[in-house]
Design a protein around this ligand. Sequence first.
Ligand code: I3S
Length: 130
Amino acid sequence: GSPEILHNVSNLEKAGILNKTKISENGKKVRKNWAQSWTVLHGGVLTFHKDPRSNQTGTSNKTNQIVPEFTVDLKGATIAWAAKDKSSKKNVVELKSRAGAEYLIQYDTDSIITDWHKAITDTIRQLDME
Ligand code: I3S
């Protein structure tokens, strides 16, 4: 019944717009493909959704659908502020999954990326204790 625990639980749920790209898969570098993504942190999993604007087919009714693109299981993942040589962008966070994939997430507004960094860090710590 501690308020700290309640506070942490609410921290583990988050959603918003981020810029993201995968940078490696199975230890192999892949070409960056920066794209804006509706990003949801829920149940220890990050889900990146396709940018609806990249999927427009005229006036079709599908243009506003939010379609998941890929997920990152945060169990066993690591997070760090990215070194300068990882990207020319500001406020870049590097996320490595236990499965061995690496991603960069980025947002120009300091407070927004700081909140994501904290939420993901807290989630990883929480999962490590389970
Ligand atoms: O780390 P890199 O390879 O310099 O990343 C840049 C490239 O992916 C570039 O596209 P091309 O693959 O067409 O060269 C992107 O447009 C840049 O955004 C990437 O660098 P930043 O520094 O923005 O992460």
